[in-house]
Write a protein that binds this ligand. Structure first.
Ligand code: Z2T
Length: 834
């Protein structure tokens, strides 16, 4: 009571607002102050890294009061908070987007200019936190951006990996992985919260006992414990005061050494304990599929989920809310099955530690969780060996058994005598070595389950979760993915953003569906000219970058045909490659052939253990090596493998694309989100009816989309009836020639063995129907070439694609999550002094 509330509030508000004073002079002063007070450097000897840090802290300072105010509101005002649980958050570089969202870009540019520093050069210094593999992790980051921008109270919970996704070098055409040391210079974007920490148990055994009230209790006697410490990253909304938090957990040893009375043996044991404990959050698994049987991975999952749930329970206490109301205060989204052990962990916390009944705990758990599925690929569905889980998480397995027993009782009541359904739906796969099916755990423990594109959500109900969809039809829904227009238009394509402002006013910036009005001007000659100018500049920038990195000279007048994404057989980079070879052969045969000059650009990482994907990279490099040198074709054909594709490189790549390659085997790509980033930036899509391509085509109109290939139904039917790749080979000479030239060693410096595994796979199995779709793909590429020749038509189609991309804003997706799943609402954060 000694503290005068009003004066505290006034002080807080004045701190919040003072740093806001929209003056370049203040900004400049703050940068210099941070340079001296945080970096201990004077301007005359400061390195660009010092300036970057000083600038970053200056920007961060402008977020902190908003952050404190946002978090305070959530705690005190009993609002419902959306918690996004994800093993990955691929947030990308932070300085640029924070400047944009705070509206400080111009001020910062001018201030740095006065200090003799170029803002773009400083932006380029930032190491991005690569805390994700690809689409799934980037989606989580886009959703955090939208949640903050829509002023929805939200917390992201994840892992603070010391090493994120590896950096990719290309050496002699092969991928070489380098450790990602993103923390080596420190990061200004996290605030360590040593006071916010929890203990997480592993191993040991359970025992039953009776407490003083005579209740039967279960105690988990762990073999060891690990401490999780909160590292907070602020997530600033676009031009609003809301600043949410991404809370990442770092693992530490529980015991600090007691230097006073250690003996040598204890000391080394303690050191070892520390090493083992800190290993938990050491490195991101670089696969987009689960690696079977990796103890450390399961430990990571349980570690961050347990910390997150303990944190949520603590927040209930802070706000004096009884635990019974947990589901009214939190909605927890499971980003795929990686955090799905949360279902059992919340049960454990509520029953063992908060002493709730099973029924009450289960009701809370089901109302709290919802589950997003991101894949139908059978090899990507997560299971854990039961013995492994039993040894690591004995109490959780008991709880999973109990959940399963009660659930299967329900199944038996609904489907009497149908033991087939019981076996299929069980949380435990009893065939062979017993496994826990994490998708089943997530589905049973959630009140909503969603797929990530309309087609994907349908297929989910028809295939892997069909029994569940039949039993709980109202549990299933679709939420098509989205991407943030802040990062993927405003920040990375400022030229386009300006043109959109000039053409439409600024309303599109907070409501992307407003881009629709652009379609009315699609034939407008002045707009088309300005449109082309923006695109030309973006392409020139990418061409220059490619020149610097790879030494390949790319004329910006060529069509930029781009496929950037993880390298995977189902994504079919090799289909693209085969078509390039075939085009190359036609051009050699007929030098007068009238096709659009094209630059094919690839980028993407292969999982380190995925040999076929690595071979695909080698093939593309090999084609590039041959094609780019050949005087017969080099003016009309270029091939580039752009190394180390990541969020930062995406900024320069998406805005420069004329054509976006979305050519996965129908039914295999859950959604895709790169397809949306390309579309927003005015690229046309060549694609199959897969994932969100279906909806992209619906929005753009069939005339503005290059469609080819079999449908998901046709794919399934062909595979049912026995697919024979040889059949397609016999029918297509161009295809035979392309494969033959690979076999002859043309793209492997004469080595005929190098690509044998890839060729054998295509010729004998071709699991993703590359050969079956080749002819239609090549024919479609022909139509692309023809369309390119008509400049006005292409510009019109490009404008219409951007115009119709509003539906793919992550704001739309987040609004759907809020309304249909989370029941959360916006809360305005007010910073004005009382
Ligand atoms: C991933 O990025 C995706 C799915 C996964 O399934 C795992 C990872 Cl790491 C377990 C991708 C999908 O492949 C892609 O289609 C989708 O757009 C993206 O998730 C976001 O939903």
């Amino acid at each position: 009571d000694m503290i005068n509330d009003t004066s505290v509030a006034q002080a807080s508000a004045s701190i919040a607002l003072a740093s806001d004073a929209a003056s370049e002079a203040v900004f400049e002063h703050d940068v210099v102050r941070n340079l001296i007070c945080r970096q201990a450097r004077y301007p005359d000897i400061a390195t660009p890294q010092d300036w970057y840090m000083a600038l970053a802290y200056t920007v961060r300072d402008r977020m902190l009061a908003r952050w404190a105010e946002s978090v305070k509101n959530y705690a005190l005002h009993h609002v419902k908070v959306a918690c996004y649980l994800s093993a990955e958050f691929l947030i990308g570089p932070q300085l640029g987007c924070n400047l944009l969202n705070l509206g400080l870009e111009e001020e910062a540019r001018e201030a740095m200019d006065s200090l003799g520093q170029d803002l773009d050069a400083l932006l380029a210094i930032e190491e991005e936190p690569g805390l994700g593999n690809g689409g799934l992790g980037r989606l989580a980051a886009c959703y955090l951006d939208s949640l903050a921008s829509l002023e929805i109270p939200a917390i992201g919970y994840g892992i603070r990996y010391e090493f994120g996704i590896f950096d990719q070098d290309i050496v002699d055409g092969w991928q070489v992985e380098r450790t990602d040391k993103w923390l080596k210079m420190g990061t200004p974007w996290e605030i360590i919260r040593p006071d916010i920490h929890y203990y997480v148990s592993f191993g040991g055994y359970t025992r039953m006992w009776n407490d003083e009230q005579g209740r039967l209790r279960v105690e988990w006697v762990p073999g060891r414990q690990v401490k999780g410490v909160a590292y907070d990253v602020p997530v600033q909304g676009y031009r609003v005061n809301t600043c949410n938090v991404l809370r990442l957990w770092k693992s530490e040893a529980v015991e600090s050494f007691d230097f006073d009375d250690f003996n040598a043996g204890d000391y080394y044991e303690a050191v070892e304990e520390k090493v083992v404990s800190e290993t938990l959050s050491k490195v991101l698994y670089p696969n987009d599929e689960p690696e079977s049987g990796k103890r450390l991975r399961l430990a990571q999952q349980y570690f961050f989920v347990s910390c997150a749930l303990q944190d949520m329970l603590r927040l209930m206490e802070v706000s004096h809310t009884p635990v019974e109301r947990f589901a009214d205060r939190f909605a927890a989204q499971l980003n795929d099955t990686h955090p799905s052990i949360a279902v059992a962990e919340l049960m454990r916390l509520l029953i063992d530690e908060r002493l709730l009944s099973w029924e009450d705990a289960w009701s809370i758990t089901q109302r709290t969780f919802a589950y997003t599925n991101h894949t139908l690929l059978p090899e990507a569905l997560e299971t854990w060996s039961l013995p492994l889980m039993q040894s690591m998480l004995p109490r959780l397995v008991e709880i999973i058994f109990e959940i399963n027993q009660r659930f299967l009782d329900e199944v038996r009541r609904a489907l009497p005598g149908d033991e087939g359904s019981v076996a299929r739906m069980s949380l435990i796969d009893e065939q062979g070595d017993k496994k826990v099916r994490m998708a089943h755990l997530a589905t049973v423990g959630s009140h909503k389950v969603n797929g990530v594109a309309a087609l994907h959500s349908d297929l989910l109900k028809q295939t892997i979760l069909r029994d569940f969809a039949a039993m709980f039809p109202s549990r299933f829904l679709n939420v098509t993915n989205g991407v943030t227009p802040r990062r993927f238009i405003m920040q990375s394509n400022p030229g386009l953003a300006r043109l959109l402002d000039d053409t439409l006013g600024e309303k599109w910036r907070t409501d992307l569906t407003r881009l629709d009005a652009l379609a009315d001007h699609a034939d407008d000659a002045t707009l088309q000219e300005a449109w082309r100018a923006v695109r030309r500049e973006n392409k020139a920038k990418l061409a220059a970058r490619i020149g610097n990195i790879t030494g390949i000279a790319v004329p910006p007048e060529m069509m930029f045909d781009i496929q950037v994404k993880r390298i995977h057989e189902y994504k079919r980079q090799h289909l693209n490659a085969l078509h390039i070879i075939s085009l190359y052969q036609r051009l050699r045969r007929d030098p007068t052939l009238d096709v659009a000059p094209r630059c094919f650009i690839f980028g993407g990482k292969a999982a380190p253990g995925y040999d076929m994907a690595k071979l695909m990279i080698r093939l593309i490099s090999g084609i590039a090596e041959v094609v780019n040198q050949d005087p017969a074709t080099r003016d009309r054909l270029k091939v580039v493998f752009y190394p180390d594709f990541n969020v930062k490189n995406g900024h320069i790549i998406y805005p420069a694309a004329d054509l976006s390659e979305q050519i996965s085997t129908a039914g295999k790509e859950a959604s895709g989100t790169g397809n949306m980033k390309f579309m927003m930036n005015g690229a046309l899509t060549i694609g199959t009816l897969d994932g969100a391509n279906v909806e992209i085509r619906e929005q753009a109109g069939a005339d503005n989309f290059f469609l080819f290939g079999m449908t998901a139904q046709q794919v399934a039917a062909l595979q049912q009836s026995g697919y024979r790749p040889g059949h397609y080979l016999e029918a297509n000479e161009a295809l035979r020639e392309a494969l033959d030239e690979i076999a002859q060693g043309r793209f492997s410096r004469g080595d005929k063995a190098m690509f044998r595994p890839l060729l054998d796979n295509l010729l004998n199995a071709d699991p993703f129907l590359v050969l079956a779709d080749f002819a239609d793909y090549a024919a479609c590429q022909q139509r692309v070439s023809e369309a390119w020749r008509d400049e006005k038509r292409w510009a019109r189609m490009s404008i219409i694609n951007t115009a119709r991309s509003g539906a793919f804003s992550s704001d739309r997706a987040i609004k759907e999550y809020c309304e249909n799943i989370w029941q959360t609402r916006a809360v305005k954060i007010d910073l004005a002094a009382p």
